[in-house]
Design a protein around this ligand. Structure first.
Ligand code: TRP
Ligand code: SF4
Length: 326
């Protein structure tokens, strides 16, 4: 059965392999059999980047090209930019009237980020309201399925609570959405920390093959393998966890054995993994080049998507104003 699917991504720089494995590969599958809306959440980016706004504008088009290179097809899914559909802001305002402060203050993702992000002051009204804006994005489109990562689950739960509260206070207006937890293994950065452009440990979708190899070659392996003849334990090696994502079962088995028996060297092992990874990256790279050369206008694609999104959003907002009687 076709479902209305909606998801967003914050534009905050070039996309990396983690975005592809964790998010885009899933979107690509979803767009085949569902009515998908995917958007650049530039207002959400603003909640943390309010003093560094240049990065947001710059990133939007880059990000859309990365989506399309990864197989997100504007003929199948509706692609748009959040701030181009200001209806989201009006719904956000109306929802903010009925959202108890305590729901927002006890949100675990909010509390964690306040503690963790120390480089900027996030004690703002906008940042506290992050999930209210996200709720507007979702229920505006009657989305029934929202693919998100595990860190976004509390936000989705809040969305459901806010939608229920609106339906109860006024009248049945919104669909209560379900989360689709993407069950992909987490891809760590090349230094085994979280993959992030700011750590310099990310393999970018726009990297050349040489750039990718330059990041893979120095990856830290099992420190027990000082010499080629030293046996290793693949379970503690990040290269092996990459193999598990990119290589077939047979190769994973061979690498496992080879590592434990010193039958394979680390460089050889990395080369093998790199080749498998390239099977994913090369088509993306080629598609990106094709898109850039073809002179396709990302702006036109976004304008078209915005028009479609706006139609849905405007109709919903009429219903909402009616329900609130304002
Ligand atoms: N908060 C999401 C993230 O950081 C992005 C987002 C904004 C989103 N609005 C959304 C995701 C609506 C799903 C649905 O990843
Ligand atoms: Fe890691 Fe492969 Fe070296 Fe084993 S052989 S330590 S899995 S890189």
């Amino acid at each position: 059965m076709r479902k209305r699917v909606l998801s967003g991504m914050r534009p905050s720089g070039k996309l990396h392999l983690g975005h592809y494995i964790g998010v885009l590969a899933n979107w690509k599958k979803l767009q085949e059999e569902n009515d998908c809306f995917f958007f650049a959440a530039d207002w959400h980016a603003l909640t943390t980047e309010y003093d560094n706004t240049g990065i947001i504008r710059e990133s939007v088009e880059d990000m859309i090209v990365d989506w399309m290179a990864s197989g997100i097809d504007p003929k199948k899914a509706t692609l748009f930019v959040q701030s181009h559909v200001p209806e989201h802001a009006e719904l956000h305002l109306l929802l903010s009237m009925i959202t108890p402060l305590s729901w927002l203050e006890r949100n675990p993702t909010y509390k964690e980020q306040l503690k963790e992000i120390t480089t900027r002051d996030l004690h703002t009204y906008g940042f506290l309201g992050y999930p209210v804006l996200m709720a507007s994005d979702i229920i505006m489109y009657d989305a029934s399925l929202v693919p998100v990562g595990i860190d976004q689950l509390p936000h989705l739960e809040l969305t459901r609570e806010i939608a229920r509260r609106f339906n109860f206070l006024y009248r049945e207006t919104f669909v209560i959405p379900d989360a689709q937890l993407t069950e992909t293994p987490k891809l760590m950065g090349t230094d085994n920390r979280k993959m992030s452009k700011s750590y310099g440990n990310a393999i970018l979708l726009s990297d050349t093959a040489d750039e990718v190899w330059a990041k893979v070659r120095p990856m830290v392996t099992d420190p027990a393998r000082q010499r080629r003849t030293d046996k290793g334990n693949p379970e503690i090696c990040n290269v092996f966890s990459y193999h598990k994502i990119f290589s077939d079962e047979d190769t994973v088995g061979k690498v496992d054995l080879g590592c434990r028996s010193a039958g394979i060297g680390c460089i050889e092992c990395k080369k093998l993994m790199f080749e498998r990874m390239e099977k994913v990256l090369k088509p993306i790279r080629e598609e990106r080049a094709r898109i850039v050369e073809s002179g396709i206008s990302v702006r036109d694609i976004l304008d078209e998507g915005t028009e479609k999104a706006k139609k849905v959003a405007a109709a919903k907002l009429t219903e909402v104003r009616d329900a609130v009687r304002i």
